[in-house]
Design a binder for this molecule. Structure first.
Ligand SMILES: [Mg+2]
Ligand SMILES: [Zn+2]
Length: 190
């Protein structure tokens, strides 16, 4: 598990956990391999600014198996990560921490979603209980990870023709964008 923390003790009363690719930025079937391939959804940047204004700390929880598949260079991975942090801040948001799994599925690690280890680590860092925490992701494995960690999964199912990772089950709480999701969870005060 790769961990990045912006500070040792974030000063937020509430937190939300977010998947990265497909939630903040347009996903690619061949992975986000360089900063040039990082394209944010405009509404996601607005959502992050909304969360910051409303005192909700944001923590990323992301599978990045492209690293151990040998498709993402460390240098590029670092650049992408820093690009995410910077772009979010330019738009009024903030990210408090990021947890990444670099492993391939065949490595059978303990951190790759749908395993709950990264969510547990994020909750420990934030000092929150999984049961009181939302985790928003775009894929089936995100929802499974939320279930495995005992937190509340929220599925982002974009309908604007971008790459999606599967169809949403009708019984899942789901929203077409991250902005819709966080407005619904934390109120409409945009
Ligand atoms: Mg995703
Ligand atoms: Zn892992």
């Amino acid at each position: 598990m790769l961990v990045w923390l912006s500070s040792a003790r974030p000063q937020y009363g509430r937190f939300i956990l977010l998947d990265r690719d497909g939630v903040l930025n347009v996903n690619r079937p061949d992975y986000i391999k360089s900063l040039a391939e990082l394209n944010f959804y405009r509404d996601a940047l607005e959502a992050l600014a909304f969360l910051e204004r409303n005192g909700v700390g944001v923590i990323l929880v992301s599978n990045q198996s492209g690293i151990n598949r040998g498709l993402i260079e460390w240098e590029d991975f670092r650049e992408i990560h820093e690009g995410v942090i910077r772009r979010v801040e330019e738009c009024g948001g903030r990210i408090q921490a990021a947890f990444y799994c670099p492993h391939r599925p065949d490595e059978k690690c303990e951190c790759r979603k749908p395993a709950p280890a990264m969510i547990f680590a994020a909750c420990r860092f934030a000092g929150i209980a999984p049961a009181q925490t939302f985790f928003a992701g775009d894929s089936e494995s995100d929802m499974k990870a939320a279930e495995n960690a005992g937190c509340r999964g929220v599925r982002i199912c974009r309908t604007d023709g971008e790459v999606t990772t599967g169809l949403c089950a009708p019984e899942e709480p789901n929203f077409p964008t991250l902005l819709d999701a966080v407005s619904s969870i934390y109120g409409k005060g945009i």
